[in-house]
Every structure is written in structure tokens, then in C-alpha cells.
Write a protein that binds this ligand. Structure first.
Ligand SMILES: NC(=O)c1ccc[n+]([C@@H]2O[C@H](COP(=O)([O-])OP(=O)(O)OC[C@H]3O[C@@H](n4cnc5c(N)ncnc54)[C@H](OP(=O)(O)O)[C@@H]3O)[C@@H](O)[C@H]2O)c1
Length: 235
């Protein structure tokens, strides 16, 4: 089965919907609002804040009891708290690292238990083009997203002998709540910088995750797959 963190909206929901449509049993974590119960998305929602190890353990236990062992983990939950470093508090920095990077370590560690036993697994971390490029006002976010690459590649080496692949998807700007929070001027500047001249649809990021989760991607590990409209260009 597939577990997607932060799967009640945005990229996580698009990923859960796509993988459920492909026939996987899918569970998602959410904090306040469960995924839409409109009948279009057949996923199990479990409440879990990924900054809390005990909640992660309880969420895994619940999904394992209902749907079986986690075979595919998509570590997607993430936050921003944009500020110039001059104005950034230590909590602004460490809270973003905790939710975006340390949480990735927590969920991956928990997921590897059953993956090691089954000698098969897929872990996908959702990073960002900003992790490689940097972005004024996003030092905390960029550091967390760059950290996911080091975490993912180290895990890829640790887990390869157990037939567990670990990869990173690095989206550019995607049309979700995260980007809708920005003012119009900043959104337009971001879109202008993208060679393809538009935001990504969440489903376009989900498509790359779906490939990495598939049997076809069995020889892909430690990779960083950009889905960024050409913004990073290998940077
Ligand atoms: N949108 C973009 O332009 C963009 C670009 C590159 C990378 N990304 C990355 O893609 C991922 C998904 O982003 P999105 O655009 O879909 O954002 P979003 O619409 O703001 O959704 C964020 C998701 O993360 C969950 N979340 C945040 N903190 C959490 C916590 N402590 N515990 C559990 N869940 C938590 C949220 O749950 P609640 O609903 O409970 O808050 C929500 O489901 C993030 O890692 C983001 O950094 C986004």
C-alpha cells in the first residue's frame, strides 16, 4: 500500500488520487481537514502531525492494520515561513526544518521497518527546485529542501541491498495553496522566470511520483527528478 504525508490537499492529494486510480490501496495523513470525502478519491485518511514521532508511529500502525504494510512512502508534507534571514527567528528556521526535513527522516525510518522485511520498497521525498537554486526569503525552506537530497541519497545507499529505492522529486512552482498565499506581484515574477511560462498542475508532479513508485522505475535510485518547467535546468 501507499502512504502519502500531507495528502489532504495540493500535490499530496493529487498524488494520492493518481495512485489510487492506478489501483493502489492508498492512505494519506492530514492534520485538521481530512481528504475530500466526495467519492472521487478512495483513500484512507489518518490524522498525523509529522513533527511528532508518536503520532507518526500511531498513523503507521493504523494504516498497516487497515491496509497492510507500507510499500510506497511519499514524504510530501511541508510548510513555508518566508522571511529574509535578517528578520527570521530561530523558531522560523527550526520549525521549517522540523516539518520539511526531520519529518522526512522520521517517516522514512518508520516505513523502512516493513520495507526491509519485505525486501521491496519505494520512498519518494518531495523537495523543491529552491533547494538547489536558493531563494531570497526562503533560506529555511531551501535548506530543508536541499537537506532532503542528502537524506534521500544516503538512504538510497543504505537501503539498495534490500531492493528499496529512494528518490527525490523537485517541483518548480505549482498551483496549490502554498503558492496562492503569495501576493500577485511575487506570483507573476515566479511565473515569468519559468521557461514554460506557467505554474505546474499538481497532477504533473504526481505523474513523476507515480513513475518513481512503479515497477518500471526499479533501476532508478538516488535520483533527483525536476518537475519545474525548466526553471532549474540541471542546477
Ligand atoms: N506549491 C509549490 O509551488 C511547491 C513547489 C515545490 C515543492 N513543493 C512541496 O510540495 C509539498 C506539498 O506542497 P503543496 O504545494 O501541495 O502545499 P499545500 O497545499 O500547502 O499542502 C501542504 C500539505 O502539507 C501538510 N502539512 C504541513 N505541515 C504538516 C505537519 N506538520 N504534519 C502533517 N502534515 C503537514 C498540510 O496539511 P494541513 O492541510 O493539515 O495543513 C498539507 O496537506 C511540500 O513539501 C512543498 O514544500 C511545493
Amino acid at each position: 500500500m501507499v502512504l502519502v504525508t500531507g495528502g489532504n490537499r495540493g500535490i499530496g492529494l493529487a498524488t494520492a488520487t493518481r495512485l489510487a486510480g492506478e489501483g493502489h490501496r492508498v492512505a494519506v495523513t492530514y492534520r485538521r481537514e481530512p481528504p475530500p470525502g466526495d467519492g472521487q478519491v478512495d483513500v484512507l485518511g489518518v490524522c498525523c502531525d509529522v513533527t511528532d514521532e508518536a503520532q507518526i508511529d500511531a498513523a503507521f500502525a493504523e494504516v498497516e492494520a487497515q491496509l497492510g504494510p507500507v510499500e510506497v512512502l511519499v514524504s510530501n508534507a511541508g510548510i513555508t515561513r518566508d522571511k529574509l534571514v535578517m528578520r527570521m527567528s530561530e523558531a522560523d528556521f527550526t520549525d521549517v526544518i522540523d516539518a520539511n526535513l526531520t519529518a522526512g527522516y522520521r517517516v522514512a525510518k518508520r516505513a523502512t521497518r516493513s520495507m526491509m522485511r519485505n525486501r521491496w520498497g519505494r520512498i519518494v521525498f518531495v523537495s523543491s527546485v529552491v533547494g538547489a537554486m536558493g531563494q531570497a526569503g526562503q533560506a529555511n525552506y531551501a535548506a530543508s529542501k536541499a537537506g532532503l537530497v542528502g537524506l534521500g541519497r544516503s538512504l538510497a545507499k543504505e537501503l539498495a541491498s534490500r531492493n528499496i529505492t529512494v528518490n527525490v522529486v523537485a517541483p518548480g512552482p505549482v498551483g496549490t495553496d502554498m503558492l496562492n498565499e503569495l501576493d500577485e506581484q511575487r506570483r507573476s515574477a515566479i511565473i515569468e522566470a519559468v521557461p514554460l511560462g506557467r505554474l505546474a498542475e499538481p497532477s504533473e508532479v504526481a505523474a513523476a511520483i507515480s513513475f518513481l513508485a512503479s515497477d518500471s522505475a526499479g533501476y532508478v535510485t538516488g535520483a533527483v527528478i525536476p518537475v519545474d518547467g525548466g526553471l532549474g535546468m540541471g542546477g
